[in-house]
Design a protein around this ligand. Structure first.
Ligand code: ZN
Length: 1203
């Protein structure tokens, strides 16, 4: 409502009249019944008398008249010629009977109405493209129908009414074109407006409700709400060529125009900044060289797109000499610069020379279309509302194929054409030159005149500047060819920025294989290179006009910045193309090389990913990937590798959180089609290898970036909490297996083992699994010490180490601790996290000093010189470590909860130790969490597992607790579920549970549920003769995770499973024979003893199993070497049969206990003391788990005996 008038700041005295925006008639705020507001309301709808109808004042109510009543002197007034305007009564808003007098204006884009003819900003705008019907409704009234809303106007008399209807119908009809897409009325698809650069809600002073504001091109549109935006029905738009944006306070900013100040408020400071930026850009666009646009638009035919007829086209093809709209420009780009060279009238300042502007004025759309569009069948023409596919089809036909062109009489006769061209360029007949050129005359034909060997030279001699200009821009143009097949299905219909760069570069011949060796300087040749019109061309020298070769930027898929001196030329970079070729360029000057890199990157990176351009990337390119919520469909994304960080922009322009490659949990290659899988804690990314060369490059680079890159802490592979993985692995292992080992960290392990373990961990800690029996605790302890001793820059850093040592001299304990805390805060984050993890560990180690003899002092003696990398003579190093352990809680700010958790762990381990040393052993019980039917908190049961408990007994225990009675054919069983592998294994009823618990990883758990296939398996086994099964299955081996060997995928193999062996045959010849191949005559490719196999149902989806009936099989030999592979069957029945056979073979017959036996099963007695309390649940955090298991593994029968 208008009451806030006083707040308005007017741009200039003339506009003391308050702006019509404030009457908000559509908002229902100015109903006649409403009380009049302040005096400022005199202009409002309520007093129409102030605006007497003055139709006669405007002779311009005839079509085609410019808005001469406007004081608007902006260039845009020229561009929106008012077709008709005048006073009309608009039907009243709801609840009112009084018609509102409105100044109504129609231009080619909008039907708008205003409070008065002097207003600049409308009260309502209706895009012409949204008008579906205009009809008379009697009483001098007519109705403008849009898909969603109708507007009724009343004219002075029938003649006026009929004229309005006629004009509106005509304009709407023209706008619709033949292939009108009536349904697409949103702004985004309406050709009259550009897609939004920014949109959202803003408060606008004077309005009760937030408005939906859209910045699009050089205008800002105001809508009542988002729905109106979708429908295209707006309030008004603000031409930004007269705008000025000013920040007011934290959330507010003013958009000032000569007619009005718009005071906006955003929701946040950040939002405000974005709006200000968007509007400033819009002003820039509106102002940017509008001089060129104006001059070119001065010619009538240039005011509408040469291709679709959209008004105000501000793009051009400088070789075809056509002015085109933004959307057509996008499609022109797709045709490639050999066909059309696209430039902006407003932004590409440099290209617009006087000659070129003149050429456009003299030539322009009308002459171009006389040639190019001489024979367009109406059914093929496009209109402003045409979709991009339609546009592309039309423009391809028009310019690439020359389908509608006016053929030159000499067409087909090359010699004649060339001769005619040589003649034409010496005259002012540009149309003739155009016709000849685009009918096949060669722009570089031999003129036969040694003084003027080219047509260009001839034109020069004749003083034909415009001919020269025209020839120059068509130097590399390809003549249209009808048979030319549009091979590029894929191209960007956005205009990539037009980047120009040139200079000498060193270049090697292009390659189809990765560069494996250093290239010497002699392998490079110096070439003149130009980046222009989306083509990177290289020439023999800077005088040559014909390039030796070209790379189209839209075919570039990846750009690599090599480290300095990677080859014989100081700075080199690589360009990879869609055709899987690699180009190596180099320069002596790193600064110039960087310039080139930046220019090329800018030219080929999609605008949606332009923020990646700001990065100092090593590798930048596009790849297809899956990730997040869109796993079904691979999308194209832009990737930039910077150090160990991978930045990603998805195709919709969303920048994703960068991946920290050193913190990856898994990095592997999967599948037949080469997929790189990156697993982070929160997400998994599948990068697809479409192009071999480029993909291989990415894989190597990512692998390298994901591994340790040096000997300092921050260069290591890290855990989520910033501790080097290597340190984490060692500490974990010692905690599991070495806490009570006498002289831990003091005894030295075997030197050779330490060396090789350290190397393996440094190479890739992700792949190293420390195991009891394989690795001695002293070797691991020594590895950890060696790591710290050799650490680049040391744990305390060279800079700060002296301060730490100095602090030991402080006598006041409090002051000393304070100093340590400050020094700790000064360390880099990774050092700080590592120091904390290590001291925490040592703190725990000294808790066991009774057994391991390593009290704080002893540990300090060992670790002081190690961590400070000194010779051990300086006692101060040891003192620091001793202080850190003693004041661990204070210095590291360990809170009570953290401390209690650690104490509990230690207590449990201590108790277990005591029990084991007391010698009074009992059968110790283990507490374990088991779920009923599915893993949920509600279904968990904590069960004490005695050493003798079988799977069957555990099942009964759980069912009893839940009072579930097992009925006949309810095959309740206990399953081991491996979440990581997405596989599960029903335990055999006689299997002991305890040993399974030992091996259960953190991603596994036990669940009791019905085994649905048991009945069928029993039936199958009962019906079968013998215990052997053979047949085809699809087989896949788990490859070395980081290996780059050939991918395996699933392959058909023949298997034979008998009472002791599973054998694999590659040859399937035997399939055609009736009987299975004789084992003696046919050597298996692989064989495994069935006893050592663990068979799980299910194959993880990541591997893309060919069927859903698969197994995951683990195999471990006597030497504890592990293998993992996958089998898939064609049918469920097949799977059941194989599985039944496995179970039968492995368990010596019975799959299910007989009824009689079942009855005799002794139920374990409930221990009243324990109830449901979980003492040390197996499910829990990882270290709790490991500690428990480790302790248990050391002495399984005594854990918690006395708890
Ligand atoms: Zn167009």
């Amino acid at each position: 409502m208008a009451k806030e008038d006083t707040e308005l700041r007017m741009g200039r005295p003339r506009s003391v009249r308050f702006n019509s925006l404030f009457s908000e008639d559509e908002f229902g705020e100015d109903q006649p019944s409403a009380s009049p507001a302040s005096g400022g309301s005199s202009w409002s709808d309520r007093e129409p008398s102030l605006h007497p109808p003055a139709p006669d004042a405007f002779p311009g109510s005839s079509p085609g008249t410019l808005g001469d009543s406007m004081e608007d002197t902006s260039a845009t007034s020229l561009l929106s010629p008012t077709i008709r305007e005048g006073w009309l009564d608009k039907n009243p808003p709801q609840g009112s009977y009084i018609y509102q007098r409105r100044w109504v204006k129609l231009d080619p884009d909008y039907l708008r109405y205003f409070d008065s003819e002097k207003d600049t900003y409308s009260k309502r705008l209706i895009p012409v493209s949204s008008i579906s019907r205009v009809s008379s409704v009697g009483d001098q009234k007519f109705e403008v129908v849009t898909n969603n809303r109708n507007f009724v106007f009343r004219a002075e008399n029938d003649a006026d009414r009929n004229e309005w209807i006629r004009t509106l119908q005509q304009i709407a009809e023209e706008r619709k074109g033949k292939a009108a897409v009536r349904t697409s009325m949103s702004l985004a698809t309406d050709s009259a407006t550009e897609p939004a650069d920014k949109s959202g809600f803003l408060e606008l002073r004077g309005f009760k409700h937030k408005l939906f504001v859209v910045v699009a091109g050089d205008k800002v549109f105001l809508y009542k709400n988002a729905e109106d935006y979708r429908l295209g029905i707006g309030i008004t738009y603000i031409e930004m060529n007269v705008g000025n944006v000013k920040e007011v306070d934290r959330r507010s900013f003013d958009l000032t125009t000569p007619y009005r100040i718009f005071s906006f408020s955003a929701d946040s400071e950040h939002e405000k900044e974005e709006w200000v930026e968007a509007m400033q850009q819009s002003i820039t666009e509106a102002l940017s060289n509008s001089e060129v646009a104006e001059r070119i638009w001065a010619v009538d035919s240039n005011r509408f797109c040469a291709d679709c007829g959209s008004p105000k086209p501000d793009w051009a093809s400088i070789n075809l000499c056509v002015v085109i709209c933004k959307r057509c420009a996008g499609e022109h780009r797709g045709l490639g610069p050999g066909i059309t060279k696209v430039r902006s009238l407003k932004m590409d300042r440099k290209v617009w020379t006087e000659e070129l502007i003149e050429l456009f004025q003299r030539f322009g759309n009308i002459m171009a279309n006389q040639f190019w569009a001489a024979n367009v069948p109406p059914s093929e023409a496009i209109s402003p509302t045409s979709g991009s596919q339609e546009r592309r089809r039309f423009l391809t036909a028009k310019y690439r194929e020359g389908k509608y062109r006016h053929y030159h009489p000499l067409f087909g006769n090359q010699e004649e054409l060339d001769r005619a061209l040589c003649a034409a360029v010496t005259t002012s007949d540009l149309a003739e030159t155009q016709a000849l050129l685009f009918c096949g005359a060669s722009v570089s034909c031999d003129t036969g005149d040694p003084q003027c060997p080219t047509p260009l030279a001839l034109a020069e001699r004749s003083g034909q500047r415009l001919q020269m200009e025209f020839l120059l821009h068509n130097k590399t143009s390809e003549p249209p060819r009808l048979e030319m097949v549009c091979s590029e299905e894929k191209h960007y219909s956005v205009h990539l920025p037009s980047i120009t760069h040139n200079g000498f570069l060193y270049k090697t011949p292009s390659m189809v294989k990765p560069i494996s060796e250093r290239k010497g300087p002699e392998e490079f040749s110096r070439r003149w290179c130009t980046l222009q019109d989306g083509v990177l061309s290289y020439y023999e020298n800077d005088r040559n006009t014909v390039p030796n070769g070209e790379i189209r930027v839209e075919e570039i898929v990846c750009l690599v910045n090599n480290p300095l001196h990677a080859h014989g030329i100081e700075s080199t970079f690589e360009v990879y193309t869609e055709a899987d070729r690699l180009y190596l360029f180099g320069l002596e000057s790193p600064a110039s090389a960087r310039e080139w890199l930046k220019s090329i990157a800018k030219s080929f990176v999609h605008p949606c990913a332009e923020e990646l351009l700001a990065l100092d990337f090593e590798r930048l390119g596009r790849l297809h990937y899956k990730g997040g919520l869109t796993l079904e469909r691979a999308q194209e994304g832009w990737f930039a590798l910077v150090g160990s960080t991978l930045h990603i922009c998805s195709e919709d322009g969303r920048r994703q959180e960068p991946l920290q490659l050193r913190k990856l949990q898994e990095l592997s290659i999967q599948g037949d089609h080469e997929v790189l899988v990156l697993v982070e804690r929160r997400r998994t990314l599948y990068i697809q290898g479409e192009r071999k060369l480029d993909f291989l490059g990415w894989v190597h680079a990512i692998q390298k970036a994901a591994s340790s890159s040096g000997d300092t802490l921050s260069e290591q592979q890290l855990t989520e909490s910033d501790v080097p993985l290597l340190v984490d692995r060692c500490i974990d292992y010692i905690t599991q297996c070495g806490l009570t080992s006498e002289g831990i960290y003091r005894k030295s392990g075997q030197n050779s083992k330490t060396t090789s373990l350290l190397e393996a961990l440094q190479r890739d800690a992700r792949c190293v699994c420390l195991k009891e029996g394989e690795h001695h605790v002293d070797d691991v302890a020594n590895t950890l010490k060696r790591f710290f001793r050799d650490l680049g820059d040391g744990l305390f850093t060279r800079r700060w180490a002296p301060n730490w040592l100095w602090a030991t001299a402080l006598e006041d304990e409090g002051a000393k601790v304070g100093e340590y805390r400050q020094l700790l805060a000064a360390l880099p984050p990774v050092n700080r996290a590592t120091l904390k993890a290590l001291i925490n560990h040592l703190f725990r180690v000294q808790c066991f000093s009774g057994e391991n003899q390593m009290n704080t002092h002893n540990l300090a003696i060992v670790f002081g010189p190690t961590l400070f990398q000194t010779d051990g003579k300086d006692y101060k190093a040891g003192r620091v470590v001793e202080d850190l352990i003693s004041h661990y809680v204070e210095i590291f700010n360990v809170n009570d909860q953290e401390m209690k958790k650690q104490q509990d762990e230690i207590t449990a381990i201590m108790k277990m130790r005591e029990a084991s040393s007391s010698g009074t052993q009992q059968a110790g019980d283990f507490i374990c969490t088991v779920y009923l039917e599915e893993k949920k908190t509600e279904t968990e049961q904590h069960v004490k597992i005695p050493a003798t408990m079988t799977a069957e007994e555990l099942t009964f225990e759980i069912l009893d607790r839940r009072k579930i009675v097992m009925k006949e054919k309810d095959y309740w069983s206990c399953f081991e579920v491996n979440e990581r592998e997405e596989a599960e294994r029903p335990l055999h009823y006689s299997e002991k549970v305890l040993p399974i618990l030992h091996c259960l990883g953190t991603e596994s758990y036990l669940v009791v549920k019905k085994q649905m296939s048991m009945e069928n398996m029993l039936l199958y086994l009962a019906s079968r003769v013998g215990d052997c099964k053979h047949g085809m299955m699809k087989f896949r081996e788990e490859r070395n995770l980081l290996g780059l060997g050939l991918s395996t995928g699933f392959h058909d193999r023949y298997f034979i499973l008998n009472h002791s062996w599973l054998r694999l045959y590659k040859e399937v010849r035997s399939l055609r024979q009736r009987s299975p191949p004789l084992e003696s005559s046919h050597k298996p490719e692989k064989e495994w003893p069935v006893r050592n196999l663990k068979v799980y149902l299910g194959v993880k989806k990541k591997l893309r199993p060919p069927t859903c009936w698969g197994f995951t099989v683990f195999y471990e030999n006597e030497k504890h070497e592990k293998q993992q592979w996958y089998l898939c069957c064609d049918t469920q029945a097949d799977l059941r049969e194989w599985f039944a056979t496995f179970l039968q073979v492995q368990n010596g017959g019975a799959l299910w206990p007989s009824e009689r036996r079942r009855a005799r099963v002794a139920r374990p007695q409930q221990d009243a003391r324990l109830g449901n309390i979980s003492l040390i649940p197996l499910r829990g955090n990882e270290s709790e788990m490991r500690n428990s298991v480790a302790a248990f593994a050391t002495d399984p029968l005594t854990l918690l005996r006395n708890v």
